[in-house]
Structure formats: C-alpha cells, structure tokens
Design a protein around this ligand. Sequence first.
Ligand SMILES: [Zn+2]
Length: 287
Amino acid sequence: MRIHVIQTGTVAIKQVQRQGREAGHPLLNIVLDKNWTEPLPIFAFVIEHPEGLIVVDTGETARVAEPGYFPRWHPYYRYGLEEWVQPEEEIGPQMRAMGLDPKDVRWVLLTHLHTDHAGGLAHFSKAEHLVSRSEYTYAKGTRGLLRGYPSNRWPRWFNPTLIDMQPEPVSSFPASYQVTRAGDVCFVPTPGHTVGHLSVVVTTSDMTYFLAGDASYTQALMLSEKIDGVSLNPATARQTLERVHAFCRATPTVYLPSHDLDTPDRLANRQLAVARSTPTAVMVGAV
Ligand SMILES: [Zn+2]
C-alpha cells in the first residue's frame, strides 16, 4: 500500500477560523476578523491499495477563479475565503502525471463537503463516493448553499453512498466504518469542524496514518486540543480533539491534516504525532 499526498493549490482563511475564540457567532467572527492566515496548502490523498485506488478528499478546482462560481451574496465567500488553484494543480491532472488514471479510482472518501475538499469531484465520475449521511443531509440543496456548501457546483451525477457509523470501536473512537475488506482503511467519526466530519485511518504493517481532513488545521492545534472557529458545537469539537489525541497516544500515528504545511514531510519521514516513550533502561549485570 502506498499513500501519496497531492497539493491542489492554496487557501487563505481568517485567523479566527483557524483557531476559534468560542464566543460570538462563527460567521460573524470570521467576517469581522481583519487578519488573514498565510496561504495554506489544500491537500488531498491517493492510496494505492490492493483492493483498488482510493482517493481521500478531492481538493479544489481551478474554477474558483471564475466570476460567480461562488455565490456573491454569501458573506463567507465574499469576506472569509481566498483560494488560488491553477488548472494543472487539480487532482486529476496531477494523478495522470503520476501515472494514475482518475477513472480507475474505486472509492472517493470524503471527510466533509466543504469546497476545498469536494471541488475536484468532477474528476471521479466512475468512482463510488462515500460521505457521512449527516454531512450530506446538512450540505445538500439550497439549505446547504446557505450554510456555505457550494452544492450547486456538485456534478449532476454526484450520488454518494451515505454511510452511518457502525458500533465497532477503534481505539478511542466508539464507532467506525470499514471501507476495505482487509479492514485496513476505515472512517472514524470526528464531528466538530462540520456536523458530519469523518477522518480516515489507514493501517499498514508497521504504521498507522490518520488522514484528518479538517478535524484540526494543524497537528499543533490537535495536540493542544484547541478547536477552530467554525465549529457550531464547541463541546463536540473538543471531544473530537480529545479522542484524536488519545488515539495518537495509544497508537504510533502519523497525523495528516489537509492544511498543515508539514503534512508532506510527516508522511515522507513517518514522523509520529506523539513520540514513542523510550523503554526504561534495564540494568544488566547488577546484583
Ligand atoms: Zn473544511
């Protein structure tokens, strides 16, 4: 099994969105904040798995540069988001450059349906798309559009398989959803950033990878359990970060959020989120 990370352009958001202040209304806080983040990478992942090609999130589309692609009347797109994506940075062309055909993808796993995770859907008309039932229900139609999901831009054929968590605990998570028959790729519930947000856990023979989506924008924010500024329910978001942190303490894990500058290095160098504790030295020869 091989995991590739693909950067599909960059995004800037407001500082108060990256790390929330837990007071006031999230959208109002974002619109009023004058401080932008630096341009952050938008990552998606491709997994070469014996059961087929798997894509985790689809990144963003270059169409965001088209006037009117996002609704002008929506304050978030107008005042809270900037994105830069070149056509050749989309996930489809980048996969082809790697010798992988997007049409061969078996599963597209969506952590959530924000634009910078679902913007590249058009490249995967042949795949089965998996998204949590609660996320899809919240994001679809005109209500979804009002809530900040560009549901009007989803391909017409987009008809995802809606998944419900199964009562099968995985470490600190009380439920999960197995994707592969081998049981080495599964979803775990990480609500907070969005109502139906999921993360993907990939287990290889000697390492565990946690593809976090936007469960936290960076590893540091996960380790300090600081929630973001778009979570509608702070208690839920905090519980998710506690569970992710507990997972990383219990299992040597490489933690890979979608907008963390260090994600590619961490993947390449198999850098653990929580360092393994060194075994206590045993005195040899002592009497
Ligand atoms: Zn998001």
